[in-house]
Design a protein around this ligand. Structure first.
Ligand SMILES: [Zn+2]
Length: 404
């Protein structure tokens, strides 16, 4: 098949006007000008017309389980309070509710141009229920041993065995210790070891709120008090901080995605940089909590690979990576649309260790593409995409149409 578009953004080279992409099976076989591709390749031609064609977007952090929670949890100024609200809300849900939410979330993501999602999954059976999905999913079971410290080893072992016994067409797997306040050092150590040995991702929330930072660095604050009440062993709470603790547990590295990372000190950022850990920022979720992204300029300065995610609808109102890009663009006017688009294409592909296959349009890459309507003349196609004011009109994953 040959796809023709007014503008193509390959992301690893300059934009092409009046370009075309040749697709065979799951892969892109060629990209070039319409004249070149038409002369060299046979096959059905699909002229997408006045659009920008680009790689499908990668959402590097999501919880599909909570897609039906939009607007149900209020931000009342305390992260510990928000955590307690979601814990209570989760008690009202059944596995069937979660399955429905995952389906709704996948549909929202597909409709808004995401073709790959890293999903933190609280219910292992859903991994098998959604063995085939319209977009690529990296299923990352959430691991929490708070209150179950004696079961840490068996929890990780059972999860690893479960994933090992299942196939995931088109996507991948990872392990997700929830956060340093709910996952023990032993859990991080075991999960990091298993993820490395299987070639899986390791992803975790870290330093999302100032209340976590106060808990770990100072041993004070609402999070400290809440978790103390739950019976957590707080002996790690006068430590140097969460990133240092992750480093000591072997939970940083090129297969690791540290999510949020809002409250770090310079030595934490150095640890992330030296270990090759990727950082996932969730602009709209951070906005929900009335937080800015104070460290983004430092991450960029240190050349830390940054990705974007939606997080869940417990702290966002839509699973839409265009909305995330636009929120970031409004907060950081000095970031070009091209830089922002790189975060959700080439940057995220690097974090998944699939820089050759995902996030760019090039021969040998997987045929994951979306098209954004191009209204009238725009000088910068990256800007057209980031600030798209109309829904995507086409998407393909692995050479198969998702939206056409
Ligand atoms: Zn999250």
């Amino acid at each position: 098949m040959i796809l023709r578009a007014r503008t193509i953004l390959p992301m690893d080279r300059q934009p092409l006007d009046n370009g075309a992409v040749a697709v065979t099976g799951n892969n892109i076989t060629a990209i070039g000008s319409w004249a070149e591709i038409k002369a060299a390749y046979n096959g059905e031609v699909r002229d997408l017309g006045d659009v920008v064609l680009l790689p499908g977007l990668i959402n590097a952090h999501c919880h599909l389980d909570y897609t039906d929670m939009a607007g149900q949890i209020a931000w009342r100024g305390s992260f510990a309070d928000w955590i307690q609200q979601i814990v209570e809300l989760k008690k009202t849900r059944t596995v069937a509710d979660y399955a429905m939410a995952v389906g709704m979330g996948l549909e929202q993501l597909a409709r808004t141009g995401t073709t790959t999602v890293v999903n933190v999954e609280a219910f292992l059976p859903l991994v098998t229920l959604f063995a085939e999905t319209p977009i690529r999913v990296w299923w990352c079971p959430e691991l929490i041993d708070l209150g179950h410290e004696g079961e840490t080893e068996s929890m990780v072992r059972d999860t690893v065995e479960f994933l090992g016994a299942h196939k995931n067409a088109g996507g991948g797997f990872g392990l997700s210790p929830h956060a340093p306040y709910t996952a023990s050092r032993a859990l991080y150590q075991a999960a990091a070891h298993s993820a490395r040995s299987h070639g899986w991702l390791l992803t975790t929330h870290v330093a999302e709120s100032d209340e976590e930072d106060a808990m770990f660095r100072l041993g004070t604050g609402p999070m400290y008090d809440y978790l103390l009440r739950l019976g957590r062993n707080m002996s790690d709470c006068t430590h140097a901080g969460m990133v240092r603790a992750l480093a000591e547990a072997g939970a940083l590295g090129p297969n690791c995605l540290a999510v949020h990372a809002n409250h770090l000190i310079p030595s934490d950022i150095e640890l992330l940089e030296q270990s090759g850990t990727h950082v996932v920022l969730c602009p709209r979720s951070h906005e929900f909590f009335e937080w800015s992204l104070p460290l983004l300029p430092m991450f960029r300065e240190q050349e830390i690979n940054i990705c974007l995610g939606t997080d869940s609808l417990a702290s966002n109102d839509q699973l839409n990576m265009f909305a995330e890009m636009q929120t970031l663009a409004h907060q950081f006017g000095d970031m070009s649309p091209e830089c922002i688009l790189q975060l959700v294409t080439t940057g995220a592909a690097k974090a998944l260790n699939l820089g050759e296959k995902l996030g760019r349009l090039a021969p040998g890459a997987w045929a994951d593409m979306i098209a954004v309507p191009q209204d009238g003349a725009t000088a910068d196609p990256y800007e057209t995409v980031v600030f798209a004011n109309k829904p995507i009109c086409f998407s393909m994953v692995g050479g198969k149409m998702v939206l056409s």
